[in-house]
Design a protein around this ligand. Sequence first.
Ligand code: ARG
Length: 275
Amino acid sequence: MTAKKQVIRAALAAGVLTMASIGAVAVSGSASAAQHSQQSQRPGGPVNRIVGGTVAHTADAPWAVALNNSGSPSPSGQWCGSTLVKANKIVTAAHCAQEAASTYTAIQGRDVLTQTGGKVSKISSIWVDPEYGKSPAHDVAVMTLATPFEGVATLALETDKAADKAGAASVVYGWGSTEGTGPEDTFQKVTVPVLGDAYCQKAYASEGYTADGEICAGYEQGGKDSCQGDSGGPLVLNGRLFGVVSWGVGCADAGNPGVYAQVATYAAELQQQIG
Ligand code: ARG
């Protein structure tokens, strides 16, 4: 990796989606992936998922919904994550929602995306925050399910911006890349403490971090993080949807924590779409 930091906004999506507002785009590199395997995959040691996380079960997080896309380079169709906030509404990232509605499939209750099972729905319509790509942050979108996931637990939106306080132990979920630390396409979770806006404003001085609209979470020393393919998925705190996986420089690298869309900042407009 060169001195210039390279930001990956979309994961799987990296080669496919248009990266608004950030200049450089890189597909997550072999170099850092190799480093992570060395650090966290010892023979006989714990098997890590997400990056540095553990296997999770959708039975315990029924509101976590995989968002597949027919254009995904992954054979499973894995594309992004999302959160069920009403029987027929999911919240995801704007950068995950740039394709035609007909190309998406939402999947609830399936731990391993290469397998079958769970509830499945097509997407009937997509709302993307109209400011996304025009002003910084705003990486949020709401999709409507053609077949509502009736009877499935939903997550409420966090509406209090003050929840974004350093030290808060939030948990992120997803089916995204493990950077070689575990099997792909498998539901995982990891606890990421809020680092606070000041940390990311410094760490991402050249990329641009938005204090009111983004959450900075992870570990200064790295090792545990969300990663490519986790985008759009839930960052959960106090039983509410606190953040939406948005971006980072690499994954789980020291000094480069994860950045999440701050749900409280957009709660009113999201709620209007959710109804
Ligand atoms: N943009 C990525 C995606 O589309 C998520 C990146 C999260 N990166 C991180 N270091 N937390 O899946």
